[in-house]
Design a protein around this ligand. Sequence first.
Ligand code: TRP
Ligand code: SF4
Length: 545
Amino acid sequence: MTDDSDPADDEQTPSERADAPAVTADANAASSELRPDGGAAGADDVALDPWGSSTVSDYRKLFDQFGIERFEDVLDEVPNPHYLMRRGVIFGHREYREIASAMRDDEPFAALSGFMPTGDPHIGHKLVFDEIIWHQQRGGEAYALIADLEAHSARGLSWDEIDEHARNYVLSLLALGFDPEAGELYRQSDNREVQDLAFELGAEANFSELQAIYDFDGETDVSHMQSVVTQMADILYPQLDEPKPTVIPVGPDQDPHIRLSRDLAQRMRYFGVTEAYASFEADAAERELIGEAYETLSERHPDETVRCGDAAEYLEGEREPGATDVAATTLDSTITMLREAGKEPLRPRVRILDRRATDEAFEALIEAIDGEKRVYDNHVDTFDLSREAAEQLARNVELDHGGYGFRLPSSIYHRFMTGLTGGKMSSSIPASHISLLDDPEEGYDKVRSATTGGRETAELQRELGGKADECPVYELYAYLLAGDDDEFAKEVYDECVGGERLCGGCKEQAAELMQEFLEDHQEKRAEWADKLDELDIDLDSDRKR
Ligand code: TRP
Ligand code: SF4
């Protein structure tokens, strides 16, 4: 181990990323910022492409454009959150509330993620390993899969390469604490149930849709498309025994997959549940207007029946002369609907729609509804059930009649780590990342040579403080080296921005911690390597080439 990869302790390695906008640059970006004891920066722009090079400079766009929710909004609901959650490394989610509440109430839940075996597992993958393991330790069913079909079809890897990489992913996952007895490890190519489910899901998605989501075109391999439905099946696989909240920890590049899986889970359902006020179908925006009219009118005349015609008249009064925007169009269509329904009374109800139920299942549903109900061709309106009760009932009938009854999968998103050389951490640039297989000394050296958020000179650093928020070395502390020790992470941060910490010493400390981590990790890998045969995962494909 030498020091010659780094300038003397007093010299600073300037950030090479002065031109890359920092995630934290905007004071209004409160929710997309890392907490003071977590820091990160990214590259150019938002591009969510599962097979391209995804970069995210501005995590806010993920919230605004894609509807990912801010993790900090659910943080309080999570019992003893993981440090990656506390530090804002896990920054976003979809419906994680479901998981948090299952954890609190000791209800069943699952966590699943998958790994494309295209190279060595590195410290970016460790985030996901840790997330799966943490949920397992919190009582969740845990699943980790090797996405070998995807690696073969989308990345063109040979089966020999895939086998070797798969083995390495599995060993690191085990070394980090995954319990293979309690959880399930599988490869896509070996899981018949996943493939059967993929086939069924494929019947609900068509080419135009994949084209729109993934930019597929006439040249796209059929196998590549098959790997997409396989991933959809992976995501829903934990629910094959029974529906349960399932969280999929991933990077934001996988969000297109998450959205599609949520759509497909929905499309597989026999019934849909919505709220309504009258016999006709209204969309969400129209329903809101009708609801508003209903509330106002029934408050004004508590003893009278509010009829559709009355609501139409009330909404007429809301019209803004000359307006032609979306709101105005919705208002028009709502008024027309209500007019046509005329004397029909408005009454809040919970509607259960028949989507793909058999006649028998629909009959059974109608039968099972307690209290007042009104049956139509393709839906039934219930007047004494809450929405939750209706959803529960619909799911039970579906399960009794051989349906899946899927819940929509939840997800959590972690930040991409910045590469040690600045820019993106990439498997194809060895110096940019630390592989979990790197020789511990090599790991030490890579950290010592990393780009920092330091100032040009030690003097300036003492005066102005370092830019921990833009420092890949600080990220190493926050994402990995400080582990569960928030105080330590905060100390590094505070000392850095306060000008007490200089980059040479800071990197030395990080490099030593990295070396220790790798030594320990690799020891554990070696122990597992001897026991790998006992596991129920085949690491030798016997496929023809
Ligand atoms: N597509 C993922 C990747 O590129 C791998 C993957 C396959 C996956 N199936 C999954 C991820 C299910 C999460 C859940 O890394
Ligand atoms: Fe330098 Fe450490 Fe601060 Fe990064 S965190 S800028 S390496 S002192």
